[in-house]
Ligand binder design. Structure first.
Ligand code: 4AD
Ligand code: MG
Length: 445
């Protein structure tokens, strides 16, 4: 057995007709008298190994009979292509060894488990076919994100995780003690990317961000990954063009490389294939008008107590779903009332009530995946905004320097990785989109 090549299940196609060795974990096993069907999992995939008593002898056959789920095994045998299903292979086992102790009863069996139970066993749950598929799609999305920016002249500039300033409002800050000073876990690297845009023209950061979200929702994590590009001399229109190209690139890459995983997830890939330029772009005002049309319909149908959407309020999750389900591709909503947005947003010169910002909503009701816009570049206006938002001015002194020393128009956005994975994989909740989720009631495993 020693001199046989040890291969991965992902390389089976190159070894059809040859005898090889595979190592991994026993994923599943069934037996029928003279045959064992052993499904071996090696991290790259799984393969069915068919073991006939006549081929391996009584001792090996009965040893294989006693092997339990997730025990570590080695199987040797000839690789065979499935006669009917392209890309499916089998191994006709001629050798078998247990490589470690026999595993006791494995907590995750093929029977149904509740979500809490599975989340408590997340460290083991990762091995299952579905979770494996989701995290491989995540990997490909992250790789696509880097390739997109790296291929367009952006410089990666890492933002710090400990920060003295709040970027996205003070209500979701995780506070920590920093050698006797108050510090926060970063909510966004944006402010640092604005410094980076002045230094590098086009910059991006990509890292974990933290929000102490006090509510349990299917779209919020306490720790999530965000990629944030920032570009000098780009306006809101340029920002929307960039976001549009970016999302098309990511979806295309996943369709190109992760069809088998999307099939495991039973994702309707037709919905992803529809994600093509141009994306619809509507103003907040138009969004409100559309919502009011929908509400008027409801009133006409006799539903009581349906008021008009109050202009000036932020869109809620349900409003977003109503709006985005009108289109087959991501929807861009721009120029929200400045009051509901962050302090750094540039006001629309054509209507000072509005901010030059954009939210990109994924189709099929998956919600906001991108938030961004043009930044206020006027020193006095920004100073006033910091005051109205009741932010501590001393924490923003360095940020205001960017307006003192060579202020410039610039824009950028942030894409949440987990919401993007949820959308592309077709998952109703973000908890399965990150290896070890951190949520309101979950810090373990
Ligand atoms: O819209 P947000 O809050 O924008 C910012 O943080 C900007 N500073 C980004 C920028 O312009 N550089 O967050 C951006 C994205 C959201 O669209 C969403 O996808 C994701 O981050 N996000 C979350 N994802 C999971 N859990 C949470 N609690 C999230 N909060 C935001
Ligand atoms: Mg947002």
């Amino acid at each position: 057995m020693q001199d046989l090549p040890v291969i991965a299940t992902s390389d089976l196609s190159a070894h059809v007709g040859r005898t090889v060795t595979l190592r991994g974990w026993l994923y599943h096993k069934r037996s029928s008298g003279k045959l064992h069907f052993i499904e071996l999992r090696d991290g790259f995939g799984t393969v069915q190994c068919v073991m006939a008593r006549g081929d391996v002898g009584d001792d090996v056959f009965s040893a294989a009979d006693k092997v339990t789920q997730e025990s570590v095994i080695e199987v040797s045998g000839e690789v065979k292509a499935h006669p009917k299903r392209a890309g499916v292979f089998e191994v006709a086992a001629s050798g078998f060894r247990l490589l470690g102790p026999t595993v006791g009863e494995y907590p995750i069996s093929p029977k149904e488990h509740g979500t809490d139970f599975l989340m408590d066993h997340r460290h083991l749950w990762l091995r299952s076919r579905r979770q494996h598929a989701i995290l491989r799609v995540r990997h490909t999305i992250i790789q696509a994100i880097r390739d997109f920016f790296d291929g367009r002249g952006f410089t990666l500039v890492d933002a710090p995780i400990f920060t003295p300033n709040a970027c996205e409002g003070t209500s979701t800050l995780f506070e920590t003690d920093y050698h006797g000073d108050k510090a926060y876990l970063t909510q966004s690297g944006q402010l640092y990317m604005e410094a980076a845009a002045a230094a590098f023209g086009k910059a991006y950061c990509f890292g974990p961000t933290f929000r102490a979200e006090k509510s349990k929702t299917r779209r919020h994590l306490a720790e999530f990954w965000m990629v944030e590009p920032e570009v000098a001399f780009m306006d809101l229109d340029g920002d929307m063009d960039l976001a549009e190209d970016f999302l098309c690139f990511i979806v295309e890459r996943v369709l190109e490389r992760r069809r088998p995983e999307l099939a495991v997830l039973e994702r309707d890939v037709g919905k992803l294939e529809a994600v093509k330029k141009p994306f619809p772009r509507i103003r907040y005002d138009e969004a409100v008008a559309l919502l009011n049309e929908a509400r008027a319909e409801k009133r006409k149908a006799g539903e009581p107590g349906v008021p008009d959407f109050p202009w000036g309020e932020d869109l809620g999750g349900e409003d977003e779903t109503i709006l985005s389900s009108r289109y087959d591709r991501p929807l861009m909503i721009h120029r929200y009332p400045a009051e509901v947005k962050a302090f750094y947003m540039k006001r629309d010169p054509a209507d000072a009530r509005l901010a030059l910002c954009v939210d990109v909503l994924a189709p099929e009701g998956y919600g906001e995946v991108i938030g961004g816009g043009q930044r206020e570049d006027d020193l006095a206006t920004l100073e006033r905004a910091i005051e109205t938002h009741k932010l501590p001015p001393e924490a923003f002194r360095w940020y205001l320097d960017l307006r003192r020393y060579g202020t410039f128009p610039h824009a950028g956005f942030g894409l949440g990785v987990e919401r993007s994975v949820a959308w592309i994989c077709g998952l109703p909740h973000v908890r399965e989109t990150i290896p070890f989720p951190r949520m309101l009631n979950r810090l373990a495993p």
